[in-house]
Design a protein around this ligand. Structure first.
Ligand code: C5P
Length: 224
């Protein structure tokens, strides 16, 4: 059987903490990759640290959202970091997605749908008239047209996305514990895999507190 796969969100600027996250999340049951987001990527030592990483699966969560020329130039400018995965907001538009995909090379380009911190009410506030599920489905079709390699959506939309997008599906908004923090569309790890997610993104539920215990808790949850 294939191993379950997770990206651990390394949301800190503390290099020592990042090293500890990498060391203490290693285990024999779950395949682990590391996701670096805006906080770490914009920090003084972030780029340098990532350039020294060897033999890890890396995910640069840049969430590009810009005009085609800027998005495609930006992905070229981080080529030296050899990320396995990089994100772009699908809302950047079809041309930006296609233009960036043309130059993404070996790096898998992931399209980000509606953020998992948004619900229908928040979507309305920013001017959308459709509900989350409809917009995510629409965006998944666009990701397919742009030949993107993967999609980020909430685990609640995986079944819908799968109808139109046949490649990797990556789901943040995962909660082992009850606390949702700033996330709105959440599911548990076992529910997310059951729905068909290929990778889960988990941050705080693993990196806050005792990392080794948190990983063991996740393993126990998945073995239940
Ligand atoms: O701590 P938590 O598990 O909520 O972290 C989720 C991670 O996934 C964060 O790094 C966040 O930036 C990222 N993410 C997300 N929702 C998306 C895309 C990325 O939460 N739609």
């Amino acid at each position: 059987m294939n191993k379950n796969k997770i990206f651990v969100a390394c949301d800190t600027i503390d290099i020592k903490k990042i090293k500890r996250i990498i060391k203490e999340t290693r285990n024999s049951k779950i395949k682990v990759g590391y996701k670096f987001g805006l906080e770490f990527l914009n920090s003084k030592n972030g780029r340098n640290f990532i350039s020294g990483l060897k033999n890890e699966i890396t995910f640069g969560d840049y969430k590009f959202a810009d005009i085609p020329n800027t998005c495609s130039s930006a992905i070229k400018s981080v080529k030296d970091l050899n990320f396995n995965y990089i994100t772009i907001h699908i809302s950047s538009g079809l041309t930006a997605l296609k233009t960036t995909r043309k130059v993404s090379g070996k790096t898998k380009l992931i399209g980000v749908t509606i953020l998992t911190s948004l619900d229908n009410k928040a979507l309305k506030q920013i001017g959308f008239s459709k509900d989350v599920k409809k917009v995510v489905l629409h965006q998944a079709k666009l990701a397919h047209r742009a030949n993107l390699d993967a999609i980020v959506c909430s685990a609640q939309e995986v079944k819908i996305v799968k109808k139109v997008f046949k490649k990797e599906i990556i789901t943040p908004g995962i909660r082992i514990n009850k606390k949702k923090d700033d996330q709105k569309r959440v599911l548990s790890p076992s529910e997310a895999y059951k729905n068909g997610a290929d990778w889960l993104v988990i941050g705080r539920d693993i990196t806050k507190g005792n990392i080794k215990k948190n990983i063991q808790k996740l393993i126990n949850h998945l073995e239940k």
